[in-house]
Design a protein around this ligand. Structure first.
Ligand SMILES: [Zn+2]
Length: 237
């Protein structure tokens, strides 16, 4: 039998989805048997919409990167658990809606290009998968990697910025185009800031950033809006 890893990404995703229906699975958040996501962990994925400032970048996020939410995101990104992408995509969709509320004129989504090694390891690209599942427009492929970088998670905060500085560039002139950056998790924000710098250097405008989750260091303890208000996040003057 051909190893699952060798199948094309879309097909692999479909196979994993189908397999989770017939095979017993564990909750991606707490490990409880027989459910892809138990009710308690699913409740932790209800979007809350946090507004944070990363450098000069206004960033809208749906979840705090902690507890069950963090474990479910890690499972989706690193453990092949594409069966939990649905609730995560719903949360990202809420953050996108909040970030785009009240905006006038076209805004394109832009994502940070992932490394080929990461794609080979996973068989899919997490942010693209989330956006597709969220029904969002396909992100414009306007950024390319100039050089390989160390895996960010192995580095400290200061080293992350140095590792990424100048690592991206625009693949085409971007004058007159506006972009909303999208990523899965903002920790130090170094990746988003480098992407923003590269788009601006290419002549584009960055209206802000949206992430599925943000590290608790960056997010306030109380969300900017209640989960059900659907209003854009309130910002302090
Ligand atoms: Zn659970």
């Amino acid at each position: 039998m051909i190893p699952l890893r060798a199948w094309p990404a879309a097909l692999r995703s479909s196979i994993l989805d189908a397999w989770s229906v017939v095979a017993p699975v564990e909750c991606a958040g707490c490990g409880r048997a027989d459910r892809a996501l138990c009710e308690q962990c699913r409740a932790q994925l209800a979007p809350r919409i946090f507004a944070t400032e990363i450098g000069s970048l206004e960033t809208t996020s749906a979840l705090r990167y902690e507890g069950a939410a963090r474990l479910v995101i890690v499972a989706m990104k690193e453990q092949g658990r594409t069966d939990v992408v649905g609730p995560l995509a719903d949360a990202l969709s809420a953050a996108l809606t909040a970030a785009l509320a009240g905006s006038v004129g076209p805004i394109e989504l832009a994502t940070v290009p992932g490394s080929r090694a990461a794609y080979r390891r996973r068989g899919y690209e997490p942010v693209a998968l989330l956006l597709r599942r969220a029904g969002a427009p396909r992100a414009a492929g306007v950024l390319v990697s100039v050089r390989a970088t160390e895996r960010q998670k192995t580095l400290g905060r200061a080293a992350r910025g140095a590792n990424l500085a100048g690592s991206l560039r625009a693949s085409q002139p971007l004058a007159g185009r506006r972009f909303l950056l999208v990523d899965d998790v903002a920790t130090t924000g170094a990746t988003l800031l480098e992407a923003s710098r590269a788009i601006r250097a290419g002549g584009g405008i960055v209206t802000g950033a949206v992430t599925l989750a943000v590290t608790p260091l960056r997010s306030p303890a109380v969300p900017a809006t209640s989960p059900d208000s659907g209003k854009p996040p309130h910002r302090q003057p």
